[in-house]
Design a protein around this ligand. Structure first.
Ligand code: GH3
Ligand code: MG
Ligand code: MG
Ligand code: MG
Length: 312
């Protein structure tokens, strides 16, 4: 076959570069005691779309980590009174920062010394002087990977929905937002009816298919801005921003009806499953927890009154 000519390659690389430039996002915290160097790093990373925060001394590193929530940390090895690897170890001791990628910045050329520093708990070593392209590429790729992994970790593997802690976090974020902007938001708790019977009659694998079907229906029917979580085994939580109670109730009612009409198959048998839901206006409660609790109470009432319905 014909070989690709050099101008084509150059053009291709250029396009790839500009696409990646547009696509890059993320947050990097850089800690280095050399202020001029920090400014240079900041300039090098400007226009990449990546947010940069710099610290010339690590005294406030923990509060900045918590507040800024970077995707990656670039850490100088030699900072006068502070030793980068010692700091890296302290950071790694915090469960919250166990998976934070840490990249050392140092003039250390000796591979054995580099490996020792890495063994303490960092991921990569950039040897000073660091070229602009190397800095940009490393930060971009590491940020991208870190985001990819954290998105993967946030998702429940069976359904692809947000895990329990993440959906709670989303409800919390939305509670803060709807209080600040006084826009309505709705929170929902959903539970499959008599699901034990489904498992007992048709097996756990079939039960899993039912759970996935509901997850897919929720993804299809709810808005892109709605957040859906698998709260427990066959229990789901949803938060719907910019949504009134009646609106939320209507959408849920449509979902309930649609779901109850689905035919599931197990061998030669066909069956249907229903769901119950409780719904609450997030704005009516002093906290996200209280609103979730109210939705859960409404769900419980629905189960008492007769399943296959929505309660306020
Ligand atoms: P109710 O209408 O009152 O909710 O009745 P129920 O039978 O659904 O009651 P309950 O919530 O107590 O039972 C939930 C069942 O869901 C029990 C559990 O074995 C099953 N379950 C939980 N997680 C999974 C899962 O991932 N896959 C399958 N197949 N079943 C699950
Ligand atoms: Mg230094
Ligand atoms: Mg149930
Ligand atoms: Mg349940």
């Amino acid at each position: 076959s014909e070989s690709t000519t050099a101008p084509e390659i150059a053009e291709y690389l250029q396009r790839l570069e500009s696409e990646r430039l547009q696509a890059s996002e993320g947050k990097v915290l850089i800690v280095d005691d050399d202020e001029d160097l920090l400014e240079h790093y900041r300039l090098t990373l400007s226009h990449t779309g990546i947010q940069v925060r710099t610290l010339s001394t690590p005294e406030e590193i923990f509060s900045v980590l918590s507040e800024f929530q970077p995707d990656i940390l670039l850490l100088d090895v030699n900072m006068g009174d502070y030793h980068g690897p010692t700091l890296a170890r302290l950071i790694r001791f915090q469960p919250e920062w166990l998976s934070l990628p840490i990249i050392y910045l140092s003039a250390e050329q000796d591979r054995t010394e580099q490996r020792k520093a890495l063994a303490i708990g960092a991921d990569e070593f950039l040897t000073k002087p660091i070229s602009d392209i190397e800095l940009r590429e490393t930060v971009r790729i590491r940020c991208f990977r870190a985001r990819q992994l954290s998105q993967l970790l946030a998702r429940d593997s069976l359904t692809g929905l947000l895990k329990h802690s993440l959906i709670k976090q989303e409800v919390g974020n939305e509670h803060a937002r709807c209080q600040r902007l006084s826009v309505p938001a709705v929170v929902v708790m959903l539970d499959l009816d008599h699901f034990k019977k489904v498992n007992d009659s048709y097996g756990h694998g079939t039960g899993d298919i039912v759970i996935k079907a509901l997850a897919n229906l929720l993804k299809q029917r709810l808005r892109k801005t709605d957040k859906i979580g698998r709260y427990g085994g066959e229990e789901f939580a949803v938060v719907m921003p910019e949504c009134q109670l009646t609106q939320g109730e209507q959408i849920l009612e449509e979902i309930r009806v649609h779901f109850s009409g689905l035919h599931f198959k197990a061998g030669s048998e066909e069956f249907n499953v229903t769901l119950s839901a409780g719904i609450a206006l997030l704005n009516d409660y002093p906290s996200a927890e209280a609103a979730l609790e109210a939705a859960d109470q409404a769900l419980y009432q629905r189960k008492q009154l007769g399943r296959n319905g929505i309660s306020l």
